[in-house]
Write a protein that binds this ligand. Structure first.
Ligand code: ADP
Length: 743
């Protein structure tokens, strides 16, 4: 029999040791107390069984009362906690006090006689036991036991009605309780010294170990839950490895209300979208991820849900789910996304604006081409007719008027040309076309074009040309001339007395290249320092108090800088107000003939004015056809051609031209471009397709379309040359000479 009591002590100590080994932080605090009390109580039973005198036995017997005084109390506290019920602290304190008083009385019953009025130690089969005569304290003890019996059973039964409490655990707790009660009621079944209670306590230890193992995860979660839920809207739920639901805190139910209908220990399935998201996340974890996140939006609040492994110690025991209000972060994300969208939209708008600007530019170019054509056509007539007046009138004053008309007409034309050039630069359509040119010729031509104007204003025009400049260079001489002419024209325009100087110097020379330095300086009105920066802006004219009477559009310098920019150069301006200005730039040109050009004046170069010195042209036999839809233009062309003895045939449409050409052969055909019904290019295509002209017949494009670059367009369309309207007699003569005389 004594062995039984020894065994009970040893086994309960062993079970407590197992508990200690399996104990983890976070496990309900009631467990260790229960596991300490049980071996002590069992020790009490052993001590009674081995007691040699009654006092010893009574003290040991008092220890057994830990059962009703404290074991029941902690069992009760545990069950309350298990059912998530809270006992007011005062009640716990009162129960503790009652327990303490009772145990004090029990241990000291030998001296106080409150528990037992009388006790006697008996010994049967080597086992001691007490025969007791119960005192008043024992009645109080029974009341206490009765109280615990009632509340514990009520709470355990209540736990069965709660959804979020594991029914298995409730059943286990109930079993433990029933076994202890049964053992208590059984008394001494086989032997007056035999007690079933130590065995029932052993049983309860085993069951608690099972419960502890089962609810381990839940309790771990519970600890985490309490700390997290205190921080606000963070929720916490846990599942075991088989996705058995273990429990959750209230905030989780706000996010995933479906969990409220799930029993603890129930395996969750993908019966609703939230559960399937949880299961998907768990899948991700099983595939090696540490955590998986998904979002749920409920009542305009976005929750971030993080699913991760649930560790007990360092062992994975399940999955935990953490929910948190992610609205702020979501808002941030939303703002970020909005910003990105905004950026995308902005770049789309930019693209659209660019396209719009491009098409606007194209429209502008087309408009300018059209305008230029429309303006040039009447000017063509005015200047053409005026040319006739100049040539045919003998009256001095009439010739003077005509001269004025000619000058103003030319100014008007140069303004149109400037606008066209400028718009081309703006559109980026200005191309630099390189050709070989004679350096001396260029300087000489520049001199010729400006000298007269300078002279008429009483200005000295000085040219300092570096004789060591290479004889032939390669570059876009037409644009270089345009730049220098613009600067020289300005110098003359803005200078009242003194001089205008053009200096062209060799700045540096290297393998096959020369850098020429061009300076145009004057002793004119100069430019105020504050105006220097804005001079090259388009349509910008400065110092208007002084310059009001001087003609200008404010485009000259904008074109100069645009062209220089195209040639990788830039304009430098230095000026002193009322003293004069210097405009300079440097330009790299390829050297074709490195021989020094020498004195440009003495050079036997081909000058633009050369034709003037040549014999008068007389071509009465030249078979010439002019095609133009404008009667006035036809008249002007006819008159100008007649200056060279030519009697031209005139037709006013493409169809007529084709008709005439199929009947008669011509030496030269002047074909207008813009005509209604069939334009010049279409007519030329027909001519070429039907072989209507001989091989040596020159077809010249006659056009008021003066946009830079059109010459190339006409040549590529198959015209032999290009003559712009208003027809300049020298240009007409050049063409007649080239195609009728020189061939
Ligand atoms: P504009 O057609 O008015 O001459 P430009 O673009 O050629 O246009 O010149 C812009 C302005 O720069 C002129 O209006 C004038 O005030 C000033 N400017 C240009 N060249 C000179 C110069 N050589 N001396 C003084 N001012 C000049």
């Amino acid at each position: 029999m004594v062995i039984y009591f020894h065994a009970m002590v040893i086994l309960s100590v062993l079970l407590s040791a197992i508990f200690v080994l399996r104990w983890r932080r976070g496990i309900s605090v009631h467990f260790p107390i229960i596991f300490v009390f049980i071996p002590v109580i069992n020790l009490g039973y052993l001590c009674v069984a081995t007691a040699t005198n009654v006092n010893e036995a009574l003290t040991a017997n008092g220890i057994e009362y830990l059962d009703g005084c404290f074991l029941e109390l902690f069992f009760f506290l545990y069950v309350m906690n298990f059912c998530k019920l809270k006992l007011p602290k005062i009640c716990t304190a009162l129960l503790m006090t009652a327990g303490s008083v009772m145990i004090y009385i029990a241990i000291n019953t030998a001296s106080n006689g409150l528990l037992y009025k009388h006790a006697e130690l008996r010994r049967v089969d080597g086992v001691s036991y007490l025969i007791k005569d119960y005192g008043p304290a024992h009645t109080a003890y029974y009341i206490m036991i009765g109280f615990y019996l009632a509340v514990n059973l009520s709470v355990i039964i209540y736990s069965f009605t709660r959804k979020n409490i594991s029914k298995t655990n409730s059943a286990l707790l109930l079993t433990v309780y029933m076994v202890i009660i049964f053992a208590f009621l059984c008394g001494h079944p086989f032997h007056p010294a035999f007690e079933l209670l130590p065995l029932s306590y052993l049983f309860s230890q085993v069951v608690f170990l099972i419960i502890m193992n089962r609810i381990n995860l839940y309790d771990v979660s519970e600890i985490a839950v309490t700390s997290l839920s205190e921080t606000g809207s963070i929720g916490f739920a846990s599942f075991d490895m088989k996705m058995k639901y273990l429990g959750c805190t209230d905030p989780v139910l706000d996010v995933i209300p479906e969990l409220a209908d799930v029993y603890v220990d129930q395996v969750i399935t993908s019966e609703n979208s939230n559960f399937s998201k949880i299961l998907e996340s768990v899948n991700k974890l099983q595939n090696g991820r540490d955590s998986a996140v998904f979002y749920v939006t409920r009542n305009d609040i976005t929750y971030k849900i993080t699913v991760s492994h649930l560790y007990v110690g360092n062992k994975r025991r399940g999955y935990q789910l953490r929910t948190e209000d992610n609205t702020l972060e979501a808002k941030k994300m939303e703002t970020l996304q909005l910003k990105e969208r905004q950026k995308e939209m902005e770049s789309e708008i930019l693209k659209l604006e660019k396209t719009a600007a491009e098409s606007a530019n194209e429209a502008k170019s087309a408009f300018l081409a059209q305008m230029s054509h429309e303006i040039r056509t009447p000017i063509n007539a005015i200047l053409g007719m005026n040319e006739m007046v100049l040539r045919e009138s003998g009256e001095e004053n009439i010739r003077e008027y005509a001269e004025n008309i000619k000058n103003s007409g030319r100014t008007l034309l140069s303004i149109i040309n400037s606008i066209l050039d400028f718009s081309k630069i703006e559109d980026g359509k200005m191309e630099i076309e390189e050709a070989d040119y004679d350096t001396a010729t260029m300087i000489s031509d520049l001199e010729n074009s400006i000298a007269e104007r300078a002279k008429s204003k009483g200005l000295e025009f000085i040219i300092n040309a570096d004789e060591s400049l290479p004889r032939t260079l390669r570059g876009d001489d037409i644009r270089i001339r345009q730049i220098i002419t613009n600067l020289l024209t300005n110098a003359v325009k803005y200078t009242e007395k003194g001089s205008v100087t053009l200096s062209v110097k060799k700045y540096s020379e290297s393998e096959g290249k020369v850098v020429i330095a061009v300076d145009v300086s004057d002793t004119g009105i100069g430019i105020k320092e504050e105006d220097l920066g804005v001079l090259t802006e388009s349509f910008r004219r400065v110092d208007m108090n002084h310059n009001r009477t001087i003609e200008g559009t404010g485009l000259g310098l904008a074109i100069v800088t645009g062209l220089l920019d195209k040639m990788d150069s830039q304009l430098e301006i230095s000026s002193k107000y009322h003293e004069g200005s210097t405009f300079s730039f440097k330009l790299a040109q390829k050297v074709v003939c490195p021989e020094p050009m020498g004195d440009y004046r003495k050079k036997d170069h081909v000058s633009a004015d050369k034709s003037a010195e040549e014999e008068k042209l007389d071509l009465p036999d030249a078979k010439t056809l002019v095609v133009d839809d404008n009667k006035m233009n036809l008249k002007v062309a006819g008159k100008l051609l007649s200056l060279y003895g030519i009697k031209a045939d005139m037709v006013s449409s493409g169809m007529e031209a084709l008709q005439v050409l199929s009947e008669k052969q011509y030496d030269i055909v002047f074909l207008d471009h813009m005509m209604p019904e069939m334009d010049g290019i279409e007519v030329l295509r027909e001519i070429r397709a039907k072989n209507l002209v001989q091989e040596n017949t020159a077809v010249i494009a006659l056009t008021a379309n003066a946009i830079s670059g059109v010459r190339e367009m006409y040549l590529s369309e198959g015209f032999d040359d290009y003559l712009s309207k208003p027809i300049e007699p020298p240009e007409l003569e050049r063409i007649l000479r080239k195609y009728l005389v020189d061939q």
